[in-house]
Write a protein of this length. Structure first.
Length: 487
């Protein structure tokens, strides 16, 4: 079982051999790890300034796989547990090996080359023997919306006897310009989906793995339902749970729900797949994803190293900020203990490396009460929080943030109610979420922000998040407060 991943890092002002830093694998030293039923080897067929290619060779012993308790007794007959394609074809075994070999790279972290890890780079992938139930067309359908150029060619049963036709395997080549972390997560999820079989028991913990690996791209995929169902071994209750989690994490609504705080109008389904209400067309980005990446970008612009995410919910923004090695201290607060526990589970807090865990702190705290633990930070973020506060409590919110905590900067986002008419599924006069106490127009938000800034000695500027409609503005509005420096 074999896979290669290569790059020339063209346009990156770095030698191609720096690819080894991103993968956390030294090109000069072949490495191997034990995996279920065998071993995974990593080596570099080439590693020069012009070109670098990493190869993963997975050696699987079918007998060892069965002895480990991971053989599938339902593979037609008992001998099928020992005589099968597991040693030769890409499958969930390869996906698990990729997750073990490149776990840090999949998280997007590279202390040696952080700027390179954050950038899209030219990549090419080759998987010469990929089981693909659905054929080359399905491989194209699943990888193309993720930004890959796909060349999937059926492998004949016997090249010498064309009359026998094609096998169920394809020779897959992918090329594209993507972040390495995204590329690895695509492979981790989609390879076993195309095989449509897993070598191990699929339980509820697999939902966490799918949501984590699919962060930032799976909710926007036109075939997310198919991917979820196959990845979770066609267990309906697990697939439903995964789709619900994706809706919560990335801001999409399921087919029987109104659009919730993302404002993405579904395009007509031209591929024969009915898209969920609120899901974007292929290649589009969820507003929830754009919102948190915009906020993260503002914080990088500020150079903020000590940050509090107030009202963190299930930790979507926290997960984004943890990817930035420049963030030295990150405080996640919420009034709900349940939300904090959910954020910890989502981020796999207990499994984080010590250095990551030391940077992150969870606190139960209310945004309307002063909390000395939040005082003096570089930045405080309230992302989609103020609209959940009763209007009479807004002065208390402003006092706790801008007087008691008094950060150097504050970033606040909130829905733009003028944009609501662009939501086909949102009835007139209703809010985007049942817990919203209000939704401001641009003028209302700017008035409140200017008054608050003047009262507490801050300057404020406003930025759009999402498409800036010439008539009604952006779906989300962002205010950046900076503390005035005394003369």
């Amino acid at each position: 079982m074999f896979l290669t991943l290569g790059t020339d890092l063209s346009g990156m002002d770095a030698p191609a051999s720096d690819f080894g830093f991103l993968l956390h694998k030294n090109p000069a030293r072949p490495q191997a790890i034990d995996v279920t039923g065998g071993a995974a080897h990593v080596f570099y067929p080439e590693a020069t300034a012009d070109r670098c290619t990493v190869a993963v060779l997975l050696e699987i012993d079918p007998i060892g796989l069965v002895k480990a308790g991971r053989g599938k007794a339902t593979e037609g007959f008992t001998l099928g547990q020992y005589v099968n394609d597991r040693p030769y074809a890409a499958s969930s075994l390869l996906a698990v090996a990729l997750g073990k070999l490149f776990r840090t790279a999949m998280n997007g972290r590279c202390d040696a080359r952080p700027e390179l890890a954050a950038r899209a780079i030219p990549l090419d992938v080759h998987v010469p023997a990929l089981p693909c139930r659905g054929g080359a067309e399905l491989a194209e359908r699943l990888f193309a919306p993720l930004g890959w150029t796909v060349d999937a060619r059926p492998v004949p049963l016997d090249p010498e006897i064309p009359g026998w036709g094609d096998s169920r395997y394809v020779d897959l080549r992918l090329t594209g310009v993507l972040r390495l972390a995204d590329a690895l997560n695509h492979l981790y999820v989609v390879l076993p989906v195309l095989d449509d079989a897993k070598h191990y028991w699929v339980g509820p913990d697999e939902v966490d793995k799918l949501v984590r690996a699919g962060e930032g791209w799976l909710a926007a995929h036109p075939d997310k339902a198919l991917i979820s169902r196959r990845y979770l071994a066609h267990r309906r209750y697990l697939a439903d749970a995964a789709l619900e989690r994706l809706a919560e994490v990335d801001g999409f609504a399921l087919a029987d729900e109104p659009a919730e705080e993302d404002g993405i109008t579904p395009s007509p389904a031209t591929d024969g797949v009915a898209r969920s209400e609120g899901a974007p067309a292929a290649g589009a980005v969820s507003l929830a994803v754009e919102r948190r990446t915009t906020v993260a970008g503002v914080l990088r612009e500020l150079g903020a190293r000590r940050i509090a995410d107030v009202g963190c919910g299930e930790g979507a923004l926290v997960g984004e900020l943890l990817k930035d090695p420049m963030v030295g201290e990150l405080i996640a607060t919420d009034v709900s203990v349940r939300s904090l526990l959910a954020a910890k589970r989502r981020l796999h807090y207990d499994d984080l490396p010590d250095r990551q865990r030391d940077r992150l702190k969870f606190l139960q705290s209310s945004v309307t009460y002063a909390d000395d633990r939040l005082a003096g930070l570089d930045a405080v973020v309230l992302m989609e929080v103020v609209e959940h506060v009763d209007p009479p409590r807004l002065p208390a919110l402003a006092h706790s943030v801008f007087h008691a905590a008094r950060p150097a900067a504050a970033v606040i986002t909130t829905p733009n109610s003028e944009y609501n008419i662009r939501f086909p599924s949102l009835p007139a006069g209703t809010y985007r979420h049942p817990d919203h106490r209000f939704e401001w127009t641009r003028a209302e938000f700017q008035t409140w922000s200017h008054q608050t800034a003047t009262r507490y000695g801050y300057e404020v500027e406003f930025r759009p998040v999402g498409p800036d409609d010439p008539e009604v503005g952006p779906p989300t509005q962002l205010a950046l407060f900076r503390r005035e420096v005394a003369n």
